[in-house]
Design a protein around this ligand. Structure first.
Ligand SMILES: NC(=O)c1ccc[n+]([C@@H]2O[C@H](COP(=O)([O-])OP(=O)(O)OC[C@H]3O[C@@H](n4cnc5c(N)ncnc54)[C@H](OP(=O)(O)O)[C@@H]3O)[C@@H](O)[C@H]2O)c1
Length: 335
């Protein structure tokens, strides 16, 4: 394993109040998969802080329902829908262009799929479903968003990782799980790939002298049965609530699952290369800074994954040095 710069010591700051967020008026923030689940609550909380939130969603009706629900709770919320399907890599350039923004202050790479059962599925582009959507889709999207993120005074890329990545290792010879497909393992590896990507991106951003930050956050364990209702986006019955009670000792709802990502976007003390997670065993509670250690620091695996991803996608995120916040440059390199 290669050596890396040690991650900063976990912050002891107790100042962060998930219910009293810093104001974010004037900031444009894209949340992939903002129409449902954790992404919905990230969007709701950021809109509550005054940000202009763009919900990246493949389904217009679901995005509309999510925006209606947020507006009912956050009067005057500034919201937009961006059509985004991470399974269609070739569509992502036009999705980024359709943003029609002069700058993007943050993107939360949240959308994700977790399949429970075989058989192995592939996207239209022929990539294994979870690796293709969770990792390759976000790798490609980040490339197309690079100029907009670099145009912001301090752009942030927040990658949603997972506890499931802790016990997995990538198989660089079989990134697409063609041999011995096991859905749970493939999911965990896709999340690990996303985390390696985010840490490698952080190293590249720093090397380039960019002001853009790449940060990882994960929600711990977040269950629908512990999540407050947001009809019609999510409805929890009294029965669901009762059945969820025992799990509530260990994990949490998707509203609380959103907290680490919201902090990673809004906390001015957040630095590139950090990992944010729920305080209680990394599974539930308020967000805390976690050490980046063990296989997460394997720069060689991360670099090889980056190279493989570049070849599969046909392009890579590229951020050049920034002379000032107004003269930022970034581009996507195609191969
Ligand atoms: N829940 C947990 O305990 C947990 C734990 C660790 C990490 N995570 C991570 O947290 C993130 C959100 O999880 P969740 O529990 O909120 O999942 P969820 O409720 O299933 O929501 C997933 C979101 O991703 C969107 N999505 C799926 N495929 C897409 C595609 N091809 N293009 C664009 N959007 C797509 C979905 O859109 P549709 O509504 O159109 O399907 C939905 O908005 C994921 O990255 C997941 O890996 C979750």
């Amino acid at each position: 394993m290669s050596s890396v710069t040690p991650s900063p010591a976990p912050s002891q700051s107790q100042q962060w109040d998930v219910h009293r967020l810093p104001r974010a008026e004037g900031r444009n923030i894209l949340v992939t998969g903002g129409n449902a689940g954790i992404g919905y609550f990230v969007a709701e909380q950021l809109a509550g802080a005054g940000a202009t939130v763009v919900l990246g969603s493949r389904n217009t009706d679901k995005a509309r329902a999510a925006m209606d629900s947020i507006r009912a709770r956050v009067p005057g919320a500034r919201l937009r829908h961006l059509r985004l399907d991470l399974a269609e890599l070739t569509s992502l350039r036009s999705s980024a262009e359709a943003l029609e923004l002069d700058r993007l202050d943050a993107v939360v790479l949240n959308a994700g799929v977790a399949l429970d059962d075989p058989p192995r599925k592939v996207t239209e582009d022929g990539h294994e479903f979870m690796f293709g959507i969770n990792h390759l889709g976000h790798f490609a999207l980040t490339g197309w968003l690079a100029p907009l993120l670099a145009a912001a005074p301090a752009g942030r890329i927040v990658t949603v990782g997972s506890f499931a990545a802790r016990s997995e290792r990538l198989d660089l010879e079989d990134l697409q799980s063609t041999r011995d497909y096991r859905p749970k393992r493939t999911y965990g590896r896709s999340k690990l790939a996303q985390m390696h990507f985010a840490f490698e991106l952080d190293r590249r951003l720093r090397a380039a002298g960019s002001t853009v930050l790449s940060v990882v956050a994960h929600p711990g364990g977040a269950l629908d049965s512990l999540t407050p209702s947001r009809p019609p986006v999510h409805e929890r019955s009294a029965g669901d609530r009762l059945r969820g009670l025992p799990a509530g000792l260990l994990v949490q709802g998707k509203d609380a699952g959103a907290w680490p990502m919201v902090r990673a976007v809004l906390d001015p003390e957040v630095r590139g290369g950090q990992l944010w997670e729920p305080r209680v065993f990394g599974l539930r509670g308020r967000p805390r800074l976690a050490p980046v250690q063990g296989h997460y620091t394997d720069t060689e695996v991360a670099a090889r994954l980056w190279e493989a991803s570049r070849e599969l996608v046909g392009s890579e995120p590229h951020f050049a040095a920034q002379e000032s916040s107004t003269a930022a440059t970034a581009s996507i390199s195609t191969s």
